[in-house]
Ligand binder design. Structure first.
Ligand SMILES: Cc1cc2nc3c(=O)[nH]c(=O)nc-3n(C[C@H](O)[C@H](O)[C@H](O)COP(=O)(O)OP(=O)(O)OC[C@H]3O[C@@H](n4cnc5c(N)ncnc54)[C@H](O)[C@@H]3O)c2cc1C
Length: 453
């Protein structure tokens, strides 16, 4: 019996598809990496079904790639040609909501914005917004990539909010890991191991998150600078002074230009910081004043946005604006992270590489976390230019590692960053390979991602 026939035996016909349009959707994510058409797409509705599906894949040694919304940016959701896609986007239930404990338990397919819309009735929220993808990214996908966002500088990333998970391991074992205690010192932290594992260790079937109270008030502001270096210096100064910032985003001149081209925002085309403070009027005003005086010491001044313009709506369009800047060009992306004081050095380095190579780089990011995106825009059909772009990307990553940083502070390794993974992790990869084998003895769960076995 083929794998498809085995799956047909346990699933209703509307939950299993080999139709070309469904296979196409399951073949890719939001990266610019090549799509791979799988054998089939299955749409699970329950944890029991997931157990059955994984057991069949284990027995037949069939690769299985779990898929939430497919908004990943490094190819971690691209399946194997001889494998199946397990789509969990129908599993959108809020299983249990305990506002008094500030906790919620959800199925993995619920979308980030939908969850927060529900939580706000109790003045609660799940803070690590994945920015531009909050309206599509699923909580299962966020856990699997340890997603973070504009508010992570104050509130932390997804990993900081996971209390309990229900998972199915690669041999079809269902188990609960973690518990609902906020403080715990009991055994190995398997929850942390699953978070960021990009679907290679287990399929997540339910997630209990802790939550935060919605802030009493918010103040959004923006500053402009003469140079990107000064803007970057202001970030580490603001953090060093212990100012309670909820968000601090850097956008270089190229990003501001791209935004104007896409949306006619009429922004001043200068390096900028967008900030947000949370708390009472008194608290946000005093934090804003302190941040302003630090920015002014570094030559910065308030950046006035047009009436009704929201910095986060503008920030939302950054990637799209870069994508549309040069029709026919492709984005080569990175999401490096490093100690905060190195931000000016890294921003300068990216701009120097751009100048030397004549290849356009747009630098921006959740810089309060020392996280920088340097999006390289190049013509994939021009062999010389594309090779140069790849070299630049590798140089940015290598410089980051030299500063004791990481290849990925946000999007994961997937396929896109696999080639440099060993440079960051060295001998510890052999330990990761052994851990993977314990969870997934036949290497069926999202094989070929992060590292090879
Ligand atoms: C415009 C844009 C902006 C973005 N901004 C940010 C940002 O600010 N911060 C950020 O962190 N990311 C960002 N991302 C990346 C992406 O949205 C996040 O990584 C998101 O968490 C992925 O969620 P998803 O549901 O799309 O997951 P998918 O792409 O479907 O899956 C991602 C990975 O998780 C695995 N997976 C998914 N569900 C499960 C499950 N139930 N069990 C086990 N494994 C699973 C998949 O196999 C895959 O390896 C952005 C993407 C876009 C397109």
């Amino acid at each position: 019996m083929t794998i498809i026939e085995k799956l047909q035996k346990i699933l209703p016909s509307d939950q299993l598809s080999t139709q070309v349009d469904h296979l196409n959707v399951g073949s890719k994510d939001e990266s610019t990496l090549d799509a791979v058409i799988p054998l089939a797409v299955v749409r699970a509705k329950t944890a029991d079904q997931i157990c059955e599906i994984v057991k069949i894949c284990h027995e037949t040694k069939t690769p299985l790639t779990t898929r939430g919304a497919g908004s990943a940016l490094e190819g971690s959701t691209i399946p194997s040609a001889d494998g199946i896609v397990l789509d969990v986007s129908l599993m959108t239930e809020i299983i249990e909501f305990n506002p008094d404990d500030l906790q919620v338990t959800v199925q993995p397919g619920i979308i980030y914005d939908h969850l927060n819309n529900h939580l706000k009735q109790e003045s609660l929220f799940f803070p690590p917004s994945p920015g531009g993808s909050g309206d599509i990214a699923t909580i299962g996908g966020m856990v699997s990539t340890n997603a973070s966002g504009i508010y992570s500088v104050k509130y932390g990333g997804t990993k900081d909010y996971i209390l309990e998970l229900e998972i199915v391991t690669g041999d079809g074992r269902f188990m609960k890991i973690g518990n609902r205690a906020i403080k715990r010192s009991s055994g190995y932290n398997l929850v942390d191991l699953i978070s960021g594992s990009e679907g290679t260790l287990a399929v997540i079937t339910s997630i209990t998150l802790k939550l935060a109270g919605l802030p009493e008030g918010r103040l959004k502001t923006a500053f402009k600078f003469e140079s990107a270096t000064k803007a970057a210096q202001a970030v580490s100064e603001i953090c060093k002074y212990g100012i309670d910032i909820a968000a601090i985003e850097f956008l270089d001149k190229n990003v501001m230009e791209a935004l104007n081209l896409l949306k006619d925002y009429n922004l001043e085309e200068v390096p900028a910081l967008f900030l947000e403070f949370h708390g009472s009027d008194e608290v946000v005003n005093s934090n804003n004043e302190m941040a302003q005086s630090i920015c002014e010491e570094l030559g910065g001044s308030p950046l006035t946005l047009a009436d009704g313009q929201n910095p986060w709506e503008i920030r939302h369009y950054v990637t799209e604006s870069i994508k549309h800047r040069k029709p026919g060009y492709t984005i080569l992306r990175n999401d490096v992270a490093f100690p905060i004081s190195k931000l000016p050095e890294m921003v300068n380095y990216c701009h120097e590489l751009s100048k030397e190579s004549n290849i356009m780089i747009h630098a921006f990011g959740h810089v309060g976390l020392g996280l920088l995106h340097a999006l390289i825009l190049a013509d994939k059909n021009n062999q010389d230019e594309w090779t140069k772009a790849i070299e630049i990307n590798d140089l940015i990553i290598k410089r980051t590692l030299g500063l004791r940083g990481t290849i990925s502070g946000e999007h994961g390794i997937g396929i896109g960053h696999k080639n440099l993974f060993e440079l960051e992790h060295g001998d510890s990869i052999s330990l990761m390979q052994k851990i993977k084998k314990q969870f997934d003895p036949h290497n069926i769960l999202n094989p070929g991602k992060i590292f090879d076995i």
